[in-house]
Design a protein around this ligand. Structure first.
Ligand code: ZN
Ligand code: FE
Length: 265
């Protein structure tokens, strides 16, 4: 079994993920916001598109659905709660559903919050998580449709995946996210190391994705909202009481991030 996962850059900072089975010449694409980018990559690699996955209905994730389906007739899998907004959807999935691509089995995880029905796709055999705009390296998606409790539950669900899971998130936002993370979690040595790594990769024009869940669990403040050392630091800074509810602290961090710098996700 040999599979390749490639990052196809699109728009300002999106990644479209191309998973291919080179033996069979088949490909699966995750969140094809730009159909032309995917068509070009498939042609160059002489791959046939067998499956399209969407994590949520935002246009930078579904924009290429129609074009790709017209060309290949590939089925489109997307979140059941957003099926009315996913062009060409052939199968609507919810938490606990499974899917197959070639010899791979994927599991659907409910990661609501950024949008009402946002889902993530986890492929244990290749240790890959495609989490769209739910979780980013050192950050998480903005709450456009869901509430803080939902998003915190989603992040806890992702955090429970094995440490060696590779996180394929849909945006290259790590460098901006690092600024906020360092501002609120100054003494975190693992975070400082990851921030330095991000800095070095970006200077070379390289992606900072994938990153492992093990690293994110140590560094990402949004995954660390209930960790005693971060809670102590926040209490010391007068931001939140040490015994405050984790979902509430998460919500507070999320809105602090919304007003930090110019970033909009
Ligand atoms: Zn989005
Ligand atoms: Fe997005």
């Amino acid at each position: 079994m040999s599979f390749t996962i490639e990052l196809l850059p699109a728009f300002a900072d999106n990644y479209i993920f191309l998973v291919s089975d080179r033996d069979l010449g088949l490909a699966m694409v995750v969140d094809p916001g730009d159909g032309d980018v995917v068509l070009r990559a498939l042609k160059e690699r002489e791959l046939y598109l067998a499956l399209i996955l969407n994590t949520h209905h935002h246009s930078d994730h579904i924009g290429g659905n129609d074009k790709l389906q017209l060309e290949f007739g590939a089925p489109i899998i997307g979140p059941a709660k957003e099926k009315g907004f996913i062009p060409g959807i052939s199968r609507a999935v919810s938490h606990g559903d499974t899917l197959t691509f070639s010899a791979l089995r994927g599991e659907v995880l409910a990661t609501h919050g950024h949008t009402d029905g946002h889902v993530s796709y986890y492929f244990p055999q290749i240790k890959a998580l495609f989490c769209g705009d739910a979780l980013f390296s050192l950050g998480c998606g903005r709450l456009y449709e869901g509430n803080t409790t939902e998003m915190w539950e989603s992040l806890k669900l992702l955090r429970a995946l094995p440490d060696d899971t590779n996180i394929y998130c849909a945006h290259e936002k790590s460098a901006d996210n690092a600024k906020f993370a360092l501002a609120i979690d100054k003494n975190n040595e693992a975070l400082k190391l990851r921030a330095a790594e991000i800095d070095a990769l970006r200077k070379q024009g390289k992606p900072t994705i994938p990153v492992t869940m093990g690293v994110e669990k140590l560094c990402n403040p949004f995954l660390r909202t209930d960790q005693p050392d971060l809670r102590r630091a926040l209490a010391k800074a007068g931001v939140a009481a040490e015994d405050a509810d984790a979902a509430a602290v998460f919500g507070m961090l999320r809105s602090a991030k919304d007003h930090f710098g110019q970033q909009r996700i």
